[in-house]
Write a protein that binds this ligand. Structure first.
Ligand code: GFB
Length: 315
């Protein structure tokens, strides 16, 4: 991928898209194209086609999606299915119609079966039932993978698909009703400490295990795959280790300096018991995650303190 190559980052304002733009700039890719939601509605097929006809990008990173944590996914399955299908269908078909050289589609670790053997191999896809709390999103992402693979098989397109594990980092979503666990617990611990609360409420039993990858590592992996991966086979992106939600909560309380008790709200779902990705395929290509979890949480918390939050909002 030449430094002058025109690269469209769809979803450049999101957690991953923003980090990808940072990494591309740091690696001196000078011709990065982006559009705000107000300038281009990726759910509008005609608008997306017109954009591709006008800009003719050579490379596309499809990082735009309707995303959210376990509660948002459970509450809005229609939106998670429909909006993601619309975005994916519009961008992937336009990439084919307008001769994009390479497209990188971002999936999710939730595409794998709820009880897949751990760590999860890419071959586990479609070998068992999905986790019900996010199956609508998972099916949308699986459809995106299959569309990329179909374009590769039928038209010889280089449309590749990466499956990230749970991500976190600066510019994450810290809204407690729609966010993922790490950002939610950071905010809750910060606010509990600020108001001198005696407890921090954690959803579920605390027993599920999750793997967490800092978004800067994910963005670095995306640019690495754009330059080094051509296969239509999906490829996992993760750090290769996981932690229980209880251990994560304790680590976050330590980083934030909250000394109260953890209370587990059993009325909330646990979701998938575990989803540790097997990352030997991407490691074998020469890419590894670099940012340790504690360091990543500390820098995310520093960003959070700098950019928002009044102690007033309740946890
Ligand atoms: O990160 P999370 O919302 O989504 O929840 P998933 C992970 C675990 O953390 C669940 C627990 O067991 C939650 O019950 N948890 C504890 C909390 N406290 C909280 C809290 O305050 N907020 C949240 N959100 N969780 C997501 C999918 O699944 O994984 C997405 O919903 C995506 O679509 C993402 O695939 C990668 O990790 O369970």
């Amino acid at each position: 991928m030449e430094e002058s190559a025109k690269i469209f980052v769809a979803g450049h304002r999101g957690l991953v898209g923003r980090a990808i733009v940072r990494v591309l700039a740091a690696q001196r890719f000078r011709n990065v194209v982006t559009r705000d939601r107000g300038q281009l509605d990726l759910g509008d097929e005609a608008a997306v086609a017109a954009f591709f006809a006008y800009e003719k990008p050579e490379f596309v990173v499809l990082a735009a999606a309707r995303v959210g944590g376990i509660k948002a996914n459970s509450d809005y399955p229609v939106e998670f299915l429909l909006e993601n299908l619309r975005i994916q269908n519009n961008v992937i078909t336009a990439a084919h119609t307008h001769d994009v050289r390479k497209l990188l589609f971002l999936g999710s670790s939730c595409i794998y079966p709820k009880c897949a053997p751990q760590p999860i191999l890419e071959d586990a896809l479609l070998t068992g039932p999905l986790e019900p709390t996010n199956d609508a999103y998972a099916i949308a992402k699986i459809a995106g993978i299959k569309l990329c693979q179909a374009y590769a098989a039928e038209y010889g397109e280089t449309f590749i698909s990466a499956m990230p594990t749970n991500l976190y980092g600066p510019h994450d979503n810290f809204d407690l009703t729609s966010s993922h666990v790490l950002s939610a617990l950071l905010r809750k611990a910060h606010e509990a400490k600020a108001r001198g609360a005696r407890e921090l409420v954690v959803w579920g039993t605390g027993q599920p295990r999750r793997e967490f990858l800092h978004v800067d590592d994910m963005a670095d992996a995306c640019v690495f795959l754009l330059q080094n991966y051509e296969s239509p086979d999906i490829i996992n992106v993760g750090c290769g280790e996981d932690i229980s939600i209880r251990q994560l909560s304790e680590l976050i309380c330590e980083v934030v300096g909250f000394e109260g008790e953890l209370t587990f709200d059993l009325s909330k779902p646990d979701g998938t018991p575990r989803k540790l990705l097997d990352v030997s395929r991407i490691n074998g290509l020469g890419w590894r995650a670099k940012i340790p979890l504690r360091e990543g949480i500390a820098c995310t918390y520093a960003w959070l303190r700098e950019h928002e939050l009044t102690p007033a909002s309740s946890a």
